[in-house]
Write a new protein. Structure first.
Length: 323
């Protein structure tokens, strides 16, 4: 497995990984930044990476994992803030989003497969232990990764997405949470119809989904990239693969974990968010953002970055005290 610096094999400028890396490289707080392709046995994952000009000795690198319907570029503002504090960053486009990893089989998009991708991609990038930050589907990967690979993490920060067992319980008992997941059932029943609807009229319905929380130019770049032939159908396979048979362990979680959630999240209710605490055995912090939507990487990067940095420093101090 190897990494290499490449131009990106798809459109998306000025929000493709190469453009993001170029802007990060210009920051006075950045020593170096690059767009890259990370090769694993599964294929080639498009990514970007940046190192700070002055690495904080108490901080390691952060791996930033995006959700649906977004790309790694959603993390640019968060990455900028982490670099300012002396933390390196690595973000990659998950399978289906990276053109080099688009298998046709729905069975290749299970949570277990996505967790394995994170393990393989991070190792291929030379990251043996790191701070994990996951939003939306990135969060659905982060919870079980923390449970299954605690030795790989310093800390875990989940953004928007409740613990999968909390979500499963609420789907069975909470009518509000069940109704919020109506879009998921629509995708599972009619993925091609959903793709046509969301991308019709220059992606008007998809733009509406962001609710103004994603900057217009960034949202337009998402639409453009999803509008490439079949691209959107690949990322909808994540939902098609959610058939209830995935048994990836998601507890116990013992690594220091924070969960950031917006009170105006369209997908996840407060009750579901608050229930997530039940499934974490290690140090845990719930960070509710009043008035915030689901799209926190784009709209609340300061809250995300400060949570990541504070948690990292707090537990770095704990390690020093133990030593």
């Amino acid at each position: 497995m190897a990494t290499s610096t490449t131009s990106q094999p798809y459109n998306g400028a000025p929000f493709d990984n190469a453009s993001v890396a170029a802007r990060l490289a210009e920051l006075p707080t950045t020593a170096a930044a690059e767009a890259m392709t990370v090769s694993t046995d599964q294929g080639e994952f498009a990514a970007f990476r940046a190192t700070p000009a002055h690495q904080d000795p108490d901080l390691s690198d952060a791996v930033l994992l995006h959700g649906w319907p977004e790309f790694a570029s959603c993390w640019e503002k968060t990455a900028t803030l982490l670099l300012e504090q002396g933390m390196g960053v690595f973000a990659y486009d998950q399978r289906g989003y990276s053109p080099g990893v688009r298998p046709d089989s729905v069975g290749e998009y299970t949570i277990a497969r996505l967790v394995a991708d994170l393990d393989e991609v991070s190792r291929a990038a030379g990251l043996e232990r790191f701070h994990l930050v996951g939003h939306d589907w990135g969060g659905l990967v982060a919870w079980p990764f923390a449970a299954n690979h605690p030795q790989r993490l310093h800390t875990c920060t989940v953004v928007s997405t409740p613990h999968p067992r909390a979500l499963g319980k609420q789907l069975k008992t909470d009518d509000d949470q069940y109704e919020r997941m109506g879009y998921m059932r629509s995708i599972q029943d009619h993925p091609e119809g959903v793709a046509r609807t969301l991308l019709r009229d220059d992606g008007k319905k998809l733009l509406d989904l962001y609710g103004g929380a994603v900057p217009d130019d960034l949202a337009a770049s998402y639409v453009a990239r999803f509008s490439e032939p079949r691209a959107f159908l690949f990322v909808l396979k994540y939902y098609e693969a959610m058939d209830g048979r995935d048994r990836t362990p998601s507890t116990p979680i013992t690594v220091p974990t924070s969960f950031i959630w917006g009170s105006e999240d369209i997908a996840f209710s407060r009750a579901t968010a608050e229930l997530s605490a039940r499934y974490v055995e290690g140090p845990y912090r719930f960070v509710p953002l009043e008035g915030a939507s689901h799209w926190l990487p784009e709209s609340h990067p300061n809250d995300i970055a400060s949570t990541v940095i504070n948690q990292a420093r707090e537990h770095a101090a704990d390690r020093l005290r133990c030593n």
